[in-house]
Design a protein around this ligand. Structure first.
Ligand code: SAH
Ligand code: SF4
Ligand code: F3S
Length: 443
C-alpha cells in the first residue's frame, strides 16, 4: 500500500448499463467500509475492472486493458480485481491466465469485495501471493439496502431485476448473472425518490429482461407507472425488454404516461423462424411483426430500435435474406448488428456447429448495417423542421463547442452552444435543422 492511510480505489466499467449500475453499488459498498475512490488510476492502490463476456471481442478488449495494468503493476504495489461477467464466466482460469489478477468477484458476490480487497492488500504488504475469489451466483441477491453511489452523469440507473432465465441458445448472460429475480418495488421506489431528491430528472430501469419484472402483484407496467409518477422525474426509460412480455397494459402505460419515453428497444435477433427457433427466442417472425404493429398502433410516434445477430449456426443465405426483409419491412429507427460469437457453456456451443465462416458473417453484418443506415437516415430526416424536447447530457463527443442531448426517443441531438446554453440534466427545446444517420442537428 502507498503512504496514504486509506486504500484508494479506481474502477473501470465495460459492458452494458447493468455493469454501470453494479459499479455504482460496488462504490457504495466499498466507501461504507472506508475505501476512497479516485478518478486517477495513477493514484490507486486498487484497480477494479468490471467486465463483459457477451462476445469474444468483449473479452479481447479486457485482455488488452489488463496488459496495460501489467505495466503499472511492475512499477509499484497494486491490487487488481476483475469483477463482472467475464470473471464469472472464466472463473479461476482467468486468474491462471492473467497472473496480475489478485481478486475475482462475480455479479452476485460484491458484498464480499470489501473483505477480499482488505485481505489482498494485507497479503501484498506481506509479500504473499494470495488470490481471493468470490464467484457464487445467488437466487436471491438483489443488493437490498445498498443505495448506489451515483457520482456522475445526469441519468439514474435503477436495476429492478437481476439475472435471466431465458437461456437464448447463443447467450452467456444466464451463466454469468444467474437466475432471474425481481426487487421489492418499495425499495425501487425509495431509490427512485432518492434519485429525484438528488436532482436526477431521468431514471432508467434496468434488467436483462426488464419487462419480465414480477414481485407479488406487481408487474412491469405497474412499476414503471409508479416510478414515472414520482414528482421531479421528467423521463423514465427502460432496457432491455424481451418481446415475449409485452402485454397491452404495458404498451398502454408507455403510450399514455407523459413521463415514460416513447422508445422501445425490441431485440429481434433474426428474421427466419428456423433460426429464431434454434436461438430459443420463443416468437416467430410473424408474431414479432404483429407486436410491432400493436406497439405502433398504440404509440404512433414511438421510436423502435433492435439488436440483430448475423451468422448464427447454420444461417443460410435465405435465412439471412429473411432478416434483411424484416429490417426493410419494420423500418427500425436504429439497430445494433453483431456477428455471432460462440460462447462457452451456452446451448448453441454445446449443440450446434459455429459453421458460418467469419468472412460471411462480416459480409452479412456489413450489408445489414448499410441497409439500416439508409433507413435510419430516412427516419431521422422526418424530424427536420420539428421542435423536439431534448434532455441535455453535456458536450458533444466531437467538440466541446457543441452541446448534446437526447430526444424522448433516445436519438442524439447536437447544437452549437451559445451563452445561456441549457445545463446538463435539464430539458430544452431544439428546432431540428438537419439530420444524419447518427445525429440530429438542432438550434
Ligand atoms: N437481454 C437482452 C440482450 C442482452 S445482450 C435481450 O434479451 O434482448 C445484448 C445483445 O447482444 C443481444 O440482444 C444480442 O443481439 C447480442 N448478443 C448476445 N449474445 C451474443 C453472441 N453470442 N454473439 C453475438 N451477439 C450476441
Ligand atoms: Fe441473453 Fe436471451 Fe437472456 Fe437476453 S433474454 S440476456 S439474449 S438469454
Ligand atoms: Fe456484458 Fe454481462 Fe452486460 S455479459 S452485456 S456486462 S450482462
Amino acid at each position: 500500500m502507498s503512504l496514504k492511510t486509506v486504500p484508494h480505489v479506481h474502477i473501470e466499467t465495460f459492458g452494458c448499463q447493468m455493469n454501470e449500475s453494479d459499479s455504482e453499488l460496488v462504490r457504495s459498498m466499498l466507501k461504507r467500509e472506508g475505501f476512497v475512490f479516485t478518478e486517477d488510476r495513477e493514484l490507486a492502490d486498487v484497480v477494479l475492472v468490471n467486465t463483459c463476456a457477451i462476445r469474444e471481442n468483449a473479452h479481447n478488449k479486457i485482455y488488452a486493458h489488463l496488459s496495460e495494468l501489467k505495466t503499472l503493476k511492475k512499477q509499484r504495489p497494486l491490487v487488481v480485481g476483475v469483477l463482472g461477467c467475464m470473471a464469472q464466466n472464466l472463473k479461476s482460469a482467468l486468474a491462471d491466465k492473467e497472473p496480475l489478477v489478485d481478486v475475482l468477484a462475480g455479479p452476485d458476490a460484491y458484498r464480499q469485495l470489501p473483505s477480499l480487497l482488505t485481505a489482498a492488500l494485507a497479503a501484498q504488504e506481506q509479500g504473499l501471493p494470495e488470490k481471493g475469489f468470490a464467484l457464487d451466483l445467488s437466487e436471491y441477491e438483489t443488493y437490498e439496502g445498498i443505495m448506489p453511489d451515483r457520482n456522475s452523469g445526469v441519468n439514474a440507473w435503477i436495476t429492478v431485476m437481476r439475472g435471466c432465465d431465458n437461456f437464448c441458445s447463443f447467450c452467456v448472460v444466464p451463466y454469468t448473472r444467474g437466475r432471474e429475480r425481481s426487487r421489492d418495488p418499495e425499495s425501487i421506489l425509495l431509490e427512485a425518490r432518492d434519485a429525484s431528491a438528488r436532482g436526477f430528472k431521468q431514471v432508467t430501469l434496468l434488467g436483462q429482461n426488464v419487462n419480465s419484472y414480477r414481485y407479488g402483484d406487481w408487474d412491469f407496467a405497474g412499476l414503471i407507472h409508479a416510478v414515472a409518477d414520482i414528482p421531479g422525474i421528467e423521463r423514465v426509460r427502460f432496457t432491455s425488454p424481451h418481446p415475449k412480455d409485452f402485454p397491452t397494459r404495458l404498451i398502454e402505460v408507455i403510450a399514455t404516461h407523459p413521463k415514460v419515453c416513447k422508445h422501445v428497444h425490441l431485440p429481434l435477433q433474426a428474421g427466419s423462424d428456423r433460426i429464431l427457433e434454434l436461438m430459443g427466442r420463443t416468437y416467430t417472425g410473424a408474431e414479432y411483426l404483429a407486436l410491432v404493429d400493436h406497439i405502433r398502433d398504440t404509440i404512433p410516434d414511438v421510436v423502435l430500435t433492435t439488436d440483430i445477430i448475423c451468422g448464427f449456426c447454420s444461417e443460410s443465405p435465405e435465412d439471412f435474406q429473411t432478416t434483411l426483409r424484416m429490417v426493410e419491412q419494420v423500418r427500425f429507427d436504429s439497430a445494433y448488428i453483431f456477428k455471432y460469437s460462440e460462447r462457452t457453456h451456452t446451448i448453441a456451443a454445446r449443440k450446434y456447429a459455429d459453421d458460418i465462416p467469419d468472412r460471411i458473417k462480416g459480409m452479412r453484418v456489413a450489408q445489414l448495417i448499410e441497409t439500416q443506415r439508409r433507413i435510419t437516415l430516412e427516419r431521422n430526416r422526418r424530424y427536420i423542421g420539428q421542435a423536439l424536447e431534448v434532455f441535455v447530457e453535456g458536450d458533444a463527443t466531437r467538440s466541446s463547442s457543441q452541446g448534446m442531448g437526447k430526444t424522448d426517443g433516445n436519438i442524439t441531438v447536437v447544437w452549437d452552444k451559445s451563452t445561456g446554453d441549457p445545463c446538463p440534466g435539464t430539458l430544452s427545446t431544439k428546432r431540428i435543422v438537419d439530420a444524419s444517420a447518427a445525429t440530429l442537428y438542432g438550434t
